[in-house]
Structures are given as C-alpha cells and as structure tokens.
Ligand binder design. Structure first.
Ligand SMILES: *Cc1c(COP(=O)(O)O)cnc(C)c1O
Length: 386
C-alpha cells in the first residue's frame, strides 16, 4: 500500500502528466501582443488611452456591474472601496481570518482595525451564522451606521467577505448580517472573476466589489485590479480618488482631495482586453481540470476535492484538496513530496490573527478556519493544463 503522499503525487501526475508544473501560470494565447504593440505604436502606454476605457466597459458588461473602475492592483482597489464605504480611522472592519493578507492590509491603510471572523467549511468563506451569533453577544446598535463592539468600544463599519480560491461564499447569509448590523458590504472578489452566486457575478452583490488581475489570477494585466459598483456616484468618486483627485480643467492643476495615483496604465489594460476575450476558454479549461482531478482523487478517501457550493458557479481559480482530520498531520509530508517532484503545491495562508502586524486585532473564535488551515493543499490549477 502506497503512502498518502505518494498516492497524491500519483493522482496529480495522472492528470497533469510529467515534468515540472506550476501552481498557476498566466496564458497568453490571444491578442495580447497585438494590443500591447498597438499601445506602443500610439505612444499611449501610461495613464491615458482607449484600452482603459474599453477594459472598464468590457468588465462592466461581463460582470453585470453598472460601473467598473480599473486600478493598479487588487489591494489598491480594496483600499479605495473601503474609503468609499465610509471606513474611517479607529473603526473596525470584519474580514475573514482565512484570506490573503491584502484584505487585512487594505483595512489598515484606512487607519481602521480588521476584526477576524471564522470560515464555513462548505464555502471556505465567512460563516454568516457564526458571525451573527457572535455579533449578537458583542455588538450594540450605534446611532447611524454600523454597530459598536462592546469589547473594544469601536464602531464596526463594514463587512468584507472574500470568495476563497474562486468559490462564492454565502452572500445571502452575509447580506442579512450586514442588514441586521448596518454594515456596508464590500466584496473582495480578487480571486473570483468568472464566479457567480445564484447567477449574479461575485463582486456585484455588495455595495462595492473588487477584482485583481495579478499574474497568478484567472486573467492578468501584469498587475491590476478593478472596483465594481452599481452606484454611479460611488463610481465617479472611485475614478476621481484613483486619479489624484484632479478637477477636470484644460490646464489648471487643481486637486480637491488627497487622491491616489492608482489608475491602471493603458498598456496593462491592453493586456486585460486580450485576456478577457479568452476568459470563457480559461473557465472551461478549469472545469475540465476539476473533472479530471475529481476522477483521479475519487479512490482516495482521506482527501476531498473542493467543489463549488450549491447555487454557485466557481471559476476554480485554484484547485484545492482538503485532507480529513486524521490525515492533517501528513500535510507537510505531502507538500514536500509534491514539490520535490516538481509539482508546485501550496498550503493555505497563515491565519491573519497569527501574523505579527495583526496579532493584537480582535477576532472571533476561529475553530473552522484553524482546522481548514491545517488541511488545505492547493494543487496545479492553470488554464490550459487539460
Ligand atoms: C490577489 C488578492 C488580492 C489583491 O491582490 P493584488 O496582488 O494587489 O492584485 C486581494 N485579496 C485577495 C484575497 C487576493 O487573493
């Protein structure tokens, strides 16, 4: 009988074939060179150009958001979305403990304090029931927006769910929590371009949503991100704040706020337009990969392949194995065996409340996030693998 690490190596090899395989690679098989060359030929490579407008229009059309504002990266998108949600210094913002550090960092950039909440093993995202139970014991109504955390005395202003590895979280449940406690809901949809929740694109159910087009995401602009919203005034303010808050004028340099230089350069947007054209193919390839892994891992009872939650369609950005509790102690042996043979695999992120900058932040009990963190292994997931 094979050891579990050997069996997992064999199951992955069955799907991806021989040779080194990365966790997630970008794929440039469309009009990328043409559009980027077009930018260079036009000299409009930077902060002005038609590809930015086109990318924003196409993102809005694809996601069904009324507006999309393209920015330099997903972290910048979250920063500005939180400012537009009204997050102020010394307020709290609820974020998952199980997320990429950018979610918490964006809260700190506003001078606010992240408050970490537990996960739902069915979605890998925030658990609305656990969150509601906790808030009912620690939160007091505040006059106006949000509620007051009785333990810290701070106002909790906003709720930032994240769609982990592309799987939509329980947005109906979280929207109900946001209504009960008067939070503004901002979706960190950095990982979930192409994922839908009850047929609506992730990032469009909250007041604002954000996307990332980093090199390891489902589509890439090199570096990039976007803010999604249906609110025309918020979209106008997002554009204004991310373009140095310059007041339009033929020549005068008037700026009516401390703005940011967060605009996406035209050359990145050109890459994005070409990538967006291929997104349906990328998604189809990722679903084929899921089906292949599903077959390959069917006989391994210690391992569950993460599948999209009912009612949702996942983009399957990263393919995720979840070990059963009894096999959690083999996680590092599995990471070693796979990486030793050239199969790039990665564990989940260290939970936010365990990172030095966030150790002193408030957090809910985190039994599910802690258990998932010990048992998750992400395996090669690029579009085009099968
Ligand atoms: C990728 C990512 C971001 C944004 O990342 P950038 O590299 O700044 O584009 C934010 N949140 C999560 C959960 C992510 O995975």
């Amino acid at each position: 009988m094979n050891s579990l690490p050997d069996a997992i190596v064999a199951a992955i090899r069955d799907v991806v074939g021989p040779g080194p395989v990365n966790l997630h690679e970008p794929r440039f098989s469309g009009n990328e060179s043409r559009y980027v060359q077009d930018c260079i030929d036009s000299t409009f490579v930077s902060s002005v150009g038609r590809y930015v407008d086109r990318f924003e229009a196409e993102l809005a059309a694809y996601t069904g958001a009324r507006h999309a504002v393209a920015v330099v990266n997903g972290t910048a998108a979250l920063h500005v979305a939180l400012l537009l949600a009204g997050v102020e210094a010394n307020e709290e913002v609820i974020v998952p403990a199980l997320t990429f550090v950018a979610t918490a960092n964006a809260v700190r950039y506003c001078g606010a304090v992240p408050h970490f909440a537990d996960s739902d093993a069915r979605t890998l995202g925030l658990d609305p029931d656990a969150l509601r139970d906790r808030l009912r014991t620690i939160a007091e109504p505040a006059a106006g927006q949000g509620c007051i955390n009785r333990l810290t005395g701070r106002r909790i202003r906003a709720l930032v769910p994240m769609h982990t590895f592309g799987h939509p979280c329980d947005l109906d449940g979280l929207l109900a929590v946001a209504r009960e406690f008067e939070f503004t809901l901002v979706e960190d949809a950095a990982e979930s371009l192409g994922s839908t929740y009850h047929d609506r694109h992730t990032g469009t159910l909250g007041r604002l949503g954000t996307l990332s087009f980093n090199g390891n995401k489902t589509i890439t602009t090199g570096g990039g991100g976007a803010i999604l919203t249906d609110d025309t005034d918020l979209a106008r303010r997002a554009k204004h704040l991310t373009t140095t808050a310059k007041v339009p004028h033929r020549w005068a340099y008037e700026h009516d706020a401390v703005g940011f230089n967060y605009r996406m350069p035209n050359i990145n947007a050109a890459l994005g337009c070409a990538q967006l054209e291929q997104l349906p193919d990328f998604l189809a390839s990722k679903r084929r990969l899921t089906a292949r892994y599903r077959e390959s891992f069917a006989g391994l009872e210690q391992v569950r392949l993460m599948l999209e939650p009912p009612g949702s369609e996942s983009n399957y950005w990263l393919q995720t194995l979840i070990l059963d509790e009894a096999s959690a102690n083999q996680r590092d042996a599995i990471l070693t065996a796979t990486n030793d043979t050239g199969l790039m695999t990665r564990p989940a992120w260290t939970l936010m409340h365990q990172l030095p900058p966030y150790r002193d932040c408030p957090h809910a009990p985190l039994p599910v996030a802690a258990s998932l963190e010990r048992r998750i292994i992400n395996v090669p997931s690029s579009a085009g693998l099968v």
